[in-house]
Design a protein. Structure first.
Length: 887
C-alpha cells in the first residue's frame, strides 16, 4: 500500500529502524517493501525493521532494562486498573456517577501532559474543581508508580531522554510531523548524543491527473454504495491499492460492511458465508466485548453473578456458542419466544434452567444445572488470577465456544480473549482481592477497553479511518463523509487540563485554529497520497441537513450517476426472467361462518387488508419485546381490571352515588393493590417501585373518573362489565368483548371503552374507511338501543369522556353528533349509525372474502412489523420512503 520513496528504501537497505505513526502503516511498509524486493528479482530479503514509534519506545526500554536495573513497564491494563482504583476511592470520585469514565479521562489527560510537556504543578495551581481532582489523582498515581517501581508507557520518551546517554540506534523517520513533541524531543536528544537519526520529508507526488473531484450523495447509505461501486470499478481497472477513508468509521461500520459486501461479494451477507470480503480489508479495531463470542462468554458470567435482564437471558438461549446450540436451535428459539411472552424482567440460572427444561432444551438445562452446582461463593474474595481460573471453569461447564467449527476470525477472537484473561490474572498486584461480581465487572471493563481486529490477508481495497490512514499511500483514494460538520473537526480540549496550559503547550485540539491547522495538514497529506482522489459528502443524515466541507466545495463534480448497486436483491432483480404479472389480492375466503379476531378484524382490515389476513389468519405476530418499566399494555390491563372489579361490585350509578369518597377510595385502593400484585412476578426491585407508582396513578385516575360518573344521569351496568357476545355482521360471526355498556332509565345504551393511552381521536371513527372502527362496530351491533359511544379516558393528559351521542347531556363532555345536512340531532345520529353500518360491514365482509390487498392507510406501515412479508418496499420503494418520512 505504500509507494516506497528512494530514501526509505535506502534507509531499509542500510539496516536502519524505520519509525512510522502506527502499526498499520508499519505493516503496509513491510508489505510494500516485499513487493519492491520481489519486483527486483530477489527471492529472499531481510525483513525491514519498521515499527510504530510507540512500539519502538517499548522495545528499546525493555532491551535496556534487560541489561540494567530499571523500573518495570506498567502495562496498559494495569495502568487502567490503577487509575480506576485511584479515582473510585478518591473523595471526588465518590461524588461521580461514572467514576470509570472519569478514570479513563484522567489517564488520557495525564498522557497528554506527558506528550506535550505540560507542567503538572501549574495544573495544580488552577483552583477549578476538575484541575484539583485531576491533580489529586495524578499524585496518587505517580506515588504508586514510585512505590512499586513502575513506569507507565506515556512517560517512556521523557524517561529515555533524561537518562543522559546515547542508545546506539540507527533510525529513519519518514514523516517527522507525525511525531509527538516528547518523541521528537527524545530523537533530537539522541541525535545530539551521537545516535544516528535521519529525518525524511513527505514526498511531493507528481501533479494529480485527473484532478480530485467531489460527489454529493443523498444520504450516508447512498454515499457508501457509491464508494463501494467506485472501489469495485478501480479494482476492475487494475488498481492494486485502493483506499476508502471513512470519517467516523466506527459509527458507520455496519453500513460499511453491508455496502462493500454487496459490491464485492453479492449475496454472501444473506447466507453469512464470506468470512472476509474478497480483496477488501476493513481496518477498524472494535472493542473486544463487541464480538459475539466474547459477548456470549460475558453473558454467562453475568448469569453466574446472579440475575440477568431478560434480553441477556434471551441472548444466552439463542447463542450459537454454547453446548447443544446446533441440535437444540429450534427449541431454544421457541424458548426465547415464550420467555418474551412471559414478560418477566429478570432470570437467574435456576429459572433459566426451568425454562430450558420446559422447552425441551435438555442439553442447555443440563449445563445450567451443572453451572448452578459449581462452587461460586459469590461473597468470597479472591485475587483476579483465581477468578480467571473460575471464569474458564464456567465457560467449560456451558460448553463455550460451542459445537460448530470456528472461523478464522473466531479462533483469533478466542485467542485474544484468553490473552485478556491472562492479563486480568496478572492484575493481582494492582487490584485487591475481589468478590465474584467485582471481578466479573473488572474483566468486562477490560474486554470493553481492549481493541481487537482479527488479522486478515491484506486486501486490494482498504477501508480505513482518517486517523489510522496516516502515512499510507494508494493508487486511488475515496474520502467519504467530507461534510462541513466533520471537516474541519471542532476543537476538543482536554477537560482536566486548563485550556490556557494546553494552548501554551501548542496542543492542536485545544483551539479551533489549531484543530483546523492540524486537520488541514492531514487532509492535504491525504489528498497527496494517491494518484486519483474522489471526495464525497451526503446532503442529509436523518433530519439533519448537511453541507460539503469548505475544503472540497470548489472541487469539480465527479460522476454522480445512480450507483449500480450489487446487492443480492439488485443482482437477482437484474437477472430475472420476464415474468407474467398476476395481480392476486385475495386469500381464500374464511371457511365457515366464524372468524377469530373480534373487533381487531375491522381495525386491521381498515389499516391494511394484507395485515389483517397475515396477522389474524396466518398468525404473523411480532416477537414480544420485554421492555423495562411498566409498558402501555400493562398500564391498560391494570386500569381495565380495576374498573371491571369496581363495576362488578357497584353495578349501578345509584350505588356509586351512595358511596362516600373515603369508602370509595379504600375500596379502589384494595382492588388496585390486589390487581397490581399479579404484575409483579419475577419483577426487579426497580420494577416493583415503578408498579407502585403506576398503582397510585391508576387509583387516582379511577377515582377521578368515578367522580365524573357520579354526575351522570342514572344508569345501571347492562348485563355485566367485560361482557362477551357473538355477533353476525358482514357475513361472518365474530366475538366481541365490550368494556362496559350502561343502560339508561329510558332503556337506551351507552357504550364505554376505557383508554389509558394518550391517542383517543374520535375523528378516526368516521369516513368510508375509518382508521379506528372498533367503536362504530360496537354501536352498530347495538344499533337499536345505542344512544352514545365514548372513550372513558384515564391518561396523564385527561380523565373524562370523549365520544359522540344521540343528544347532548348523556355523558359529561360528550356533544350530540352533528351533521349539517340533518334537521335535528336525532336525524344526525341515525345518519352516523347508517354510515358506520356500511363501513364496518364493508370491512368485515372484505375480510371474510379473503381480501388481502397490500393497501395501507397513510402512515399504517410505520408501526407495522410485516414489511418483509408484504414486500411493500419492493413494490413502491419511493412511496414507502415518502411514507416513512412523512407518515
Ligand atoms: S407494512 Fe404496510 S403494507 Fe405491509 S402489511 Fe403492514 S401496513 Fe400493510
Amino acid at each position: 500500500l505504500v509507494d516506497l520513496s528512494l530514501d526509505l528504501v535506502e534507509a531499509i537497505a542500510e539496516g536502519r529502524t524505520v519509525l512510522v505513526p502506527g502499526n498499520r502503516t508499519a505493516r503496509a511498509v513491510r508489505l510494500r517493501y516485499a513487493d519492491h524486493a520481489r519486483a527486483r528479482g530477489h527471492s529472499g530479503w531481510r525483513t525491514p525493521d519498521v515499527l510504530a514509534t510507540g512500539a519502538w519506545l517499548e522495545r528499546t526500554f525493555l532491551q535496556i532494562r534487560g541489561r540494567q536495573a530499571l523500573p518495570r513497564l506498567l502495562g496498559a491494563a494495569h495502568a487502567a486498573a490503577l487509575w480506576d482504583a485511584i479515582v473510585a476511592r478518591s473523595e471526588a470520585g465518590l461524588r461521580l456517577i461514572n467514576a470509570a469514565s472519569a478514570a479513563r479521562s484522567a489517564a488520557s489527560a495525564w498522557a497528554l501532559a506527558q506528550a506535550w510537556g505540560i507542567d503538572l504543578a501549574r495544573v495544580a495551581a488552577d483552583p477549578g474543581d476538575e484541575a484539583q481532582a485531576f491533580t489529586a489523582w495524578v499524585r496518587a498515581f505517580e506515588a504508586d508508580c514510585v512505590r512499586q517501581n513502575w513506569i507507565a508507557r506515556p512517560r517512556l520518551a521523557r524517561y529515555l531522554a533524561q537518562r543522559g546517554r546515547a542508545l546506539g540506534v540507527r533510525l529513519y523517520v519518514p514523516d517527522p510531523a507525525e511525531l509527538r513533541p516528547d518523541e521528537r524531543g527524545l530523537l533530537a536528544t539522541l541525535s545530539e548524543r551521537g545516535d544516528d537519526v535521519v529525518f525524511g520529508a513527505p514526498r511531493n507526488r507528481a501533479p494529480l491527473a485527473p484532478a480530485p473531484c467531489v460527489v454529493a450523495a443523498r444520504d450516508p447509505t447512498d454515499e457508501l454504495m457509491r464508494a463501494a461501486d467506485w472501489a469495485r470499478a478501480q479494482v476492475a481497472a487494475g488498481a492494486t491499492a485502493v483506499g476508502v477513508v471513512v470519517t467516523e468509521l466506527h459509527r458507520r461500520l455496519g453500513a460499511v460492511e453491508r455496502a462493500f459486501a454487496d459490491a464485492f461479494a453479492p449475496g454472501t451477507r444473506l447466507v453469512g458465508s464470506a468470512e472476509h470480503l474478497y480483496g477488501v480489508e476493513i481496518a477498524a479495531a472494535r472493542p473486544l466485548d463487541e464480538y459475539p463470542l466474547v459477548r456470549a462468554a460475558l453473558d454467562v458470567l453475568a448469569l453466574v453473578g446472579g440475575r440477568v435482564a431478560s434480553p441477556i437471558a434471551g441472548a444466552i438461549l439463542r447463542s450459537p456458542f454454547l453446548a447443544g446450540a446446533d441440535s437444540e436451535a429450534a427449541a431454544r428459539a421457541l424458548a426465547d419466544v415464550r420467555l418474551r411472552r412471559d414478560g418477566r424482567e429478570h432470570f437467574d440460572a435456576v429459572v433459566l434452567e426451568r425454562q430450558a427444561l420446559a422447552n425441551r432444551c435438555d442439553v442447555l438445562a443440563e449445563c445450567l444445572q451443572a453451572l448452578v452446582s459449581l462452587p461460586h461463593a459469590r461473597t468470597h474474595r479472591a485475587p483476579p488470577s483465581v477468578w480467571g481460573e473460575h471464569f474458564l471453569a464456567v465457560w467449560r461447564t456451558l460448553g463455550w465456544p460451542g459445537p460448530r467449527g470456528l472461523t478464522s476470525d473466531e479462533r483469533q477472537t478466542i485467542e485474544k480473549l484468553r490473552e485478556s484473561l491472562a492479563i486480568f490474572g496478572s492484575l493481582d498486584e494492582v487490584l485487591p482481592a475481589l468478590t465474584f461480581d467485582a471481578a466479573r465487572a473488572e474483566f468486562a471493563r477490560l474486554a470493553a477497553t481492549t481493541s481487537f481486529e482479527p488479522r486478515a490477508v491484506g486486501g486490494v481495497v482498504t477501508i480505513i479511518d482518517p486517523q489510522t490512514v496516516v502515512g499510507i499511500e494508494f493508487d486511488a483514494l475515496w474520502l467519504a463523509g467530507m461534510t462541513a460538520t466533520d471537516w474541519p473537526p471542532p476543537p476538543d480540549p482536554d477537560p482536566f487540563v486548563p485550556i490556557a496550559l494546553q494552548v501554551h503547550a501548542g496542543v492542536p485540539q485545544a483551539t479551533a485554529a489549531g484543530m483546523q491547522r492540524e486537520a488541514r495538514r492531514r487532509f492535504d497529506r491525504l489528498v497527496a497520497s494517491a494518484d486519483r482522489v474522489v471526495a464525497s459528502w451526503y446532503r442529509s443524515d436523518g433530519d439533519a441537513e448537511e453541507r460539503p466541507s469548505p475544503w472540497i466545495a470548489e472541487w469539480p463534480r465527479g460522476d454522480e450517476s445512480q450507483p449500480r448497486g450489487h446487492g443480492y436483491r439488485q443482482t437477482l432483480l437484474a437477472a430475472r426472467p420476464v415474468l407474467e404479472r398476476v395481480a392476486d389480492a385475495a386469500s381464500p375466503a374464511v371457511a365457515g361462518e366464524y372468524a377469530r379476531g373480534g373487533a381487531r378484524i375491522a381495525e386491521l382490515q381498515s389499516l391494511c387488508p394484507f395485515r389483517a389476513q397475515a396477522e389474524l389468519r396466518l398468525g404473523a405476530h411480532p416477537m414480544a419485546v420485554v421492555a423495562p418499566g411498566v409498558g402501555p399494555l400493562v398500564r391498560g390491563q391494570l386500569a381495565h381490571r380495576v374498573l371491571d372489579d369496581v363495576w362488578r361490585e357497584l353495578r349501578s350509578q345509584a350505588r356509586l352515588a351512595a358511596r362516600t369518597d373515603a369508602a370509595l377510595t379504600d375500596e379502589i385502593r384494595a382492588i388496585v393493590a390486589r390487581r397490581a400484585q399479579a404484575l409483579l412476578a419475577g419483577a426487579s426491585g426497580h420494577h416493583v417501585r415503578l408498579v407502585a407508582i403506576e398503582s397510585e396513578l391508576a387509583q387516582a385516575r379511577v377515582l377521578e373518573l368515578l367522580r365524573i360518573e357520579r354526575m351522570r344521569s342514572p344508569f345501571a351496568v347492562y348485563d355485566r362489565p367485560e361482557r362477551s357476545e357473538s355477533v353476525r355482521i358482514g357475513g361472518i360471526v365474530i366475538d366481541l368483548r365490550i368494556d362496559r355498556i350502561d343502560e339508561l332509565e329510558d332503556g337506551s345504551l351507552v357504550i364505554v371503552d376505557y383508554k389509558t393511552g394518550s391517542s383517543a381521536d374520535t375523528n378516526a371513527w368516521y369516513g368510508d374507511r375509518p382508521r379506528q372502527p372498533q367503536m362504530p362496530l360496537y354501536a352498530v351491533v347495538h344499533r337499536d338501543r345505542v344512544a352514545a359511544v365514548a372513550f372513558a379516558l384515564l391518561s396523564s393528559a385527561r380523565v373524562g369522556f370523549a365520544g359522540t351521542a344521540r343528544s347532548a347531556g348523556l355523558l359529561p363532555g360528550v356533544e350530540a353528533s352533528m351533521a349539517e345536512s340533518r334537521a335535528s340531532a336525532a336525524d344526525s345520529w341515525d345518519a352516523v349509525l347508517e354510515g358506520w353500518q356500511h363501513a364496518v360491514e364493508r370491512l368485515l365482509s372484505g375480510f371474510a372474502a379473503g381480501g388481502s390487498a397490500v393497501d395501507p392507510l397513510p402512515g399504517a406501515c410505520r408501526y407495522c412489523h410485516l414489511r418483509i412479508l408484504c414486500r411493500i418496499d419492493e413494490r413502491a420503494p419511493e412511496a414507502a420512503m415518502v411514507e416513512d418520512d412523512g407518515g
